[in-house]
Design a protein around this ligand. Structure first.
Ligand SMILES: [Zn+2]
Length: 419
């Protein structure tokens, strides 16, 4: 299969990354940028072109389509595959010029539009598995957009492959392409019931053979420190400077642990990331992360107590605290549907790959979807160095991801494994 899909998946990928689909945080529209619709609308045409008659885009920009079940497999569980079309607002995404480096030999890849952008084996150890392969990078001044256009290309190519190979028995397969994942709103208007899948997979992961079923559980704690402002020339005994109170709070956070700078693997953290305001009122926003939801509550209690103790040390100051939920560890849901991950492992093995599993120190759209009623772990797409000028993807890995998707579709329709 790999030889048949290698060319098409690369061709699609190179076409998609040339379309600027950057999302932006500050927008109130949906999608956050109109330019994402250019690719989303082109996908509708392309999906119809490969024979998916119901391909459509909805009022929010979500593109969906169905690969109909093969005769006799109509009652197999409906399985979905999802990828996001937008790219990160942190890095330029316009004018992407993809470069295919053939027969990679471990050498430094100097990107021509900015010779300081050098992809080195020493900095990117995953390249060690790519000797002899084709590597795609951008040209040095933009990201590549493999996150997540590799996933888009892989899903479309898998659908095309299934349509060309009716001998592969599979149930109804739903495809979904979404905007605004990078600004945390990928599922904001996603209609799980209308999508109609019982289980789904985002194809937005990193290393060949990987399946991710664990994400962080995530909240944001917002501490608003209230001071009292008056003319500083006459402030004696009256002025309470909220900037100082909030700074005092931040300086009391532990330095030797509990931060992104000092934790890895399965440890959570607290991370102040916005500090804004003035003398009268200063707001500190803190990311709270843990793999166990109970661990979040513990960290939030710690932060609340610390903020209150700080405010109490500044007569006249007060603090108000609120916590906003961001997403939850999808494993809490996936543990109830063990076949979702088990079938993915089997598909990865059938593609001749070793199964790799790591928790995600972040969230995916699947973290949200799982709690919206659609259990959705994350499959590898071959993306590396996300949100960077040094982003890269291997053509072999993309072709292997297509293979995994095709196997997965077949496995869900096998009588002994479905359900
Ligand atoms: Zn992504």
């Amino acid at each position: 299969m790999i030889d048949e899909v290698r060319g098409p998946v690369l061709e699609r990928f190179l076409r998609y990354v040339r379309v600027d689909t950057q999302s932006i945080e500050a927008s109130t529209g949906y999608p956050s940028t109109q330019k994402q619709l250019v690719l989303l609308e082109a996908l509708v045409e392309e999906l119809r072109g490969i024979g998916l008659a119901d391909a459509a885009i909805d009022e929010w920009g979500y593109v969906t389509a169905t690969v109909p079940a093969t005769p006799g497999a109509e009652s197999a569980p409906v399985v979905g595959f999802l990828a996001h079309v937008d790219t990160s607002p942190e890095m330029p995404g316009a004018g992407v010029k993809p470069i295919v480096h053939r027969d990679y030999r471990g050498q430094d890849l100097v990107l021509p539009d900015d010779p300081t952008a050098v992809l080195r084996l020493a900095d990117s150890p995953a390249l060690a598995e790519q000797i002899g392969q084709e590597i795609v990078t951008a040209s040095g001044t933009t990201l590549l957009g493999a996150d997540n256009k590799a996933g888009v290309a892989e899903i479309v190519t898998a659908a095309d492959y299934l349509m060309r190979h009716p001998e592969i028995v599979h149930g109804p397969i739903r495809l979904g392409f979404t905007p605004d994942e990078e600004v945390g709103r990928g599922t904001a208007h996603f209609d799980v019931a209308k999508f109609g899948a019982r289980f789904a997979y985002t194809v937005d992961g990193e290393t060949l053979g990987e399946i991710q079923q664990e994400s962080f559980s995530a909240d944001t704690l917002i501490a608003v420190f209230q001071g009292f402002n008056t003319h500083p020339g006459y402030g004696k005994g009256r002025l309470v400077n909220a900037i100082k109170v909030a700074s005092d709070f931040v300086s009391r956070l532990p330095r030797s642990g509990l931060s992104p700078e000092t934790t890895a693997d399965r440890d959570g953290y607290v991370h102040p990331y916005v500090f804004e305001g003035g003398v009268d009122k200063t707001t500190v926003r803190v990311l709270v992360r843990d793999f166990v939801t109970a661990g979040l509550a513990e960290k939030e209690t710690f932060l609340s107590n610390l903020a209150r103790a700080t405010a109490a040390d500044w007569p006249g100051a007060a603090v108000e605290i609120r916590v906003e939920e961001s997403y939850r560890n999808m494993r809490e849901v996936l543990d109830r549907f063990p076949n979702v991950v088990a079938h993915a492992r089997e598909a990865i093995r059938r593609a001749g790959l070793e199964v790799r599993e790591h928790p995600i120190r972040g969230g995916t759209d699947g973290s949200k979807l799982s709690f919206m009623g659609l259990p959705t772990p994350n499959l590898f797409a071959g993306e590396h160095n996300f949100h960077s000028r040094l982003e890269w993807v291997s053509v072999r890995d993309m072709a292997k991801a297509v293979e995994v998707i095709v196997h997965l579709c077949a496995i869900w329709a096998e009588p002994e494994t479905s359900g």
